[in-house]
Design a protein around this ligand. Sequence first.
Ligand SMILES: NC(=O)c1ccc[n+]([C@@H]2O[C@H](COP(=O)([O-])OP(=O)(O)OC[C@H]3O[C@@H](n4cnc5c(N)ncnc54)[C@H](OP(=O)(O)O)[C@@H]3O)[C@@H](O)[C@H]2O)c1
Length: 289
Amino acid sequence: MRALIIGASGQVGGALSSLCVRRRIEVYGAAPDGKGFLYADLTAPETVRAAFGKARPDLVLLASAFTNVDGCERDPGLARRVNAGGAALTAEECRKTGAKLVYFSTEYVFDGKTGPYGEDDPVSPISVYGRTKLEGERACLEVPGALSVRTTVVYSHDPASRNFVMQLISSQRAGARMRVPSDQYSNPTYAPELAAAVLDLVEKGASGVFNVVGPDRLSRYEFALKACAAFGFDPAFLEPKRTSELGQLAPRPLEAGLKTDKLASVLGRRLPPAEQSLGRIAAMLKQYD
Ligand SMILES: NC(=O)c1ccc[n+]([C@@H]2O[C@H](COP(=O)([O-])OP(=O)(O)OC[C@H]3O[C@@H](n4cnc5c(N)ncnc54)[C@H](OP(=O)(O)O)[C@@H]3O)[C@@H](O)[C@H]2O)c1
């Protein structure tokens, strides 16, 4: 199998790349400014077509997006071009070439009033990010056999990433205080486990929408406390705040989170609990830092 990962320079793309290599899948990574990968900018159709031409993939993992939720609110035009237009363009190339398409979607397709959500619950995004990602998901699901993986609060030990756990580690090390929402509930998801579940779903021929998230539904503050416990940090630097106090530009789904019964029924397992994944990061912190 030949896989093309669009967004290989990102957190999820990086986890997918490492796992493909370990599973001996021939893998091509693409990123918007090359960065040692194939050049593919989702706003420049010819670059995406060229990446398909070079990789000739059987499997396309679309892990690229304009992921800054407040940034999307500030620049909805760019958000639509990348998240919706870029997905439609990728879908078109997959339809032409017959490649299997995996799209990375989000719990932000929901309004966060009645979570946790199942795959068939009605969507109702409340932010530009959520709306444009939903447009992208819909374009991708039109490709026969496509899989859309909805995930959330993805974290990993990735010094290049601004993921929540890396922000927590850098705040603690800098002796800075960290304001953490106490009323945003969702399921933190460890990137390497997300990657493993997605490749397993592909192996099983899964298609349609699948929630792939960690098993613990936690507020961001509860998750931060678990991370501090795993890393041996005194949590006194954390400041729990209500979302309304944080001045975030884009509205957030508060009572969110995703159910993983469908994932469990197909794979026969859920992702490991947060303590276990945070423990893996704690071991890396001891080893490398
Ligand atoms: N992280 C989460 O908590 C989360 C939650 C739900 C869903 N998701 C979805 O999961 C996917 C991966 O997320 P992530 O955490 O890996 O995000 P990330 O670390 O921000 O990576 C995003 C990737 O998209 C690339 N990208 C940005 N603009 C692009 C463009 N115009 N053309 C091509 N590529 C572009 C980035 O390239 P550069 O490296 O050059 O910036 C990077 O490779 C995204 O689709 C995201 O919507 C993530």
